[in-house]
Design a protein around this ligand. Structure first.
Ligand code: LLP
Length: 432
């Protein structure tokens, strides 16, 4: 019944997360509360890491996309599992470094990195910068030349694959703010330009074809297209790019409608394509990189709320209001995302109704979900929303001056606070 093996039900009929009673967690730490299970997160990270050893002879590295959930403890765990991290801002870079992540295992992203962020990344010694546009490449070259440094760069390529429509339209993705298009020759031109610039080492290519994808085919296709590009550049210039980063996007299960693929299947599928295409095109097997974010933390996370007002609108719907909402999880208001919810203190009971779970903010669209099957529910119950580990805390806000929620980590029946709840004082800290 559960979307994650971090979850179970105890003898009190309460939901448990990582062996901890969710109702007790809510009591101890208050609500709304993000709960993240360390074991589940480590298991997902290890599955990706080991799949590169198993299917690709260890010639690669997994970067955790820290935008999914970025805080010190999460990055410490990622680091201890031997993964690198994808960082997309000075703030994520700072957090990763502060968590002890070696700079060479960081990959710096962004479609509009500031000059200061580039200097920060280069001076910190990040292993790779993924170049998104020509002025950025020139800035990197100048910053490095001034300092006598050389920065390895990858190029973000739009491979022309639309993973969401199931229709691999080769021109469909030219209209994207990210990266260089293949069809227009932009991608070729930027690589040739980089080969002539001081201070940059042309490492390879990168693509990211979308998020919450439940198919292998778009990844196979992306690998094939990018190796084709590496081979074209080699044929034209004699220079062989050695690295291929296939980005993230591996889907997870939010509701029973989702049918995720085991994470190691991605690298298995891509490995075969790489071996085949490289042989055909006469290039060596690249060092391969992946950047899973959602699939490392989403299923390890649960959000706990306290149920407040319940409002029945006859023949329309039942609103069950909780003490959080778009401030801690803006994914419904942004994408109408669907989640699975349950009453944590009646976790094993069968759902008896469909409800709209409403947040506390002054927006009609501030919902956690509509038509959510739920057990019988009353004010004071603890409501658990599952699979909230990714893109919840990292996209949280202080709208309506609501303090950001605390986060606890569970492990084998123990819990510890990893992000403190914001206070009213925190809210005015930067006000003058
Ligand atoms: N690499 C790059 C360059 C990315 O842009 C992203 C996500 C990832 C890796 C990680 O993708 P993942 O494995 O997590 O799918 N806020 C949205 C998701 C935005 C994803 C943006 N880029 C959501 O809540 O669904």
């Amino acid at each position: 019944m559960f979307v994650s093996d971090a979850l179970s039900i105890n003898e009190k009929n309460h939901l448990t997360v990582g062996g901890c009673d969710a109702v007790e967690l809510a009591k101890k730490y208050g609500t709304p509360l993000y709960v993240l299970d360390e074991t589940a997160m480590r298991r997902a990270a290890a599955l990706y890491r080991d799949s590169i050893d198993k299917f690709y002879g260890g010639r690669g590295l997994v970067f955790y996309a820290s935008k999914a959930l970025c805080c010190l403890e999460v990055l410490r765990i990622v680091n201890s599992e031997g993964l690198g991290a994808d960082v997309v801002s000075g703030g994520e870079l700072y957090t990763a470094l502060k968590a002890g992540m070696p700079a060479e295992r960081l990959c710096m992203h962004g479609n509009n990195k500031t000059y200061d962020e580039l200097v920060y990344a280069i001076e910190s010694g990040v292993g790779r910068i993924v170049v998104d546009n020509a002025p950025e490449l020139e800035a990197i070259s100048a910053i490095c030349a001034e300092r006598g440094l050389c920065q390895k760069v990858l190029f973000r390529i739009k491979p022309g694959i639309d993973a969401h429509t199931h229709n691999f339209i080769m021109t469909g993705q030219i209209d994207s703010k990210f990266g260089f298009a293949l069809e227009t020759g932009e991608a070729r031109d930027i690589v040739l330009k980089a080969l002539s610039l001081p201070g940059v080492e042309v490492g390879g290519v990168h693509c990211h074809i979308g998020s919450q994808i439940h198919e292998l085919e778009p990844f196979r296709r992306a690998a094939e297209v990018l190796v084709g590009f590496i081979a074209d550049i080699k044929d034209e210039t004699g220079y062989e790019m050695k690295e291929l980063n296939l980005g993230g996007g591996y889907g997870v299960m939010y509701t029973e409608a989702d049918d995720p693929i085991e994470f190691d299947k991605y690298i298995e599928a891509v490995s075969l394509v790489l071996k085949d295409t490289c042989e055909k095109r006469g290039v060596s097997l690249p060092f391969v990189m992946m950047e899973p974010g959602r699939s490392i933390v989403a299923a390890a996370g649960v959000t706990l709320y306290t149920v407040g007002a319940i409002k029945d609108i006859p023949n329309v719907r039942r609103y069950v209001s909780v003490d959080g909402g778009m401030c801690d999880n803006p994914r419904y208001i942004l994408y109408q995302s669907e989640y699975t919810a349950l009453v944590a203190n009646r976790a094993g009971d069968k759902p008896v109704q469909k409800v709209t779970v409403a947040g506390r903010c002054c927006e009609s669209g501030d919902l956690v979900g509509e038509n959510m099957p739920l057990q019988s529910v009353a004010a004071g119950d603890t409501l658990a929303v599952l699979t909230t580990g990714a893109y919840n805390y990292s996209m949280a806000s202080n709208y309506n001056r609501v303090p950001r929620s605390a986060m606890v980590m569970t492990r084998n029946g123990e819990s510890r606070l990893i992000v403190r709840r914001e206070t009213y004082e925190d809210l005015v800290r930067n006000d003058i």
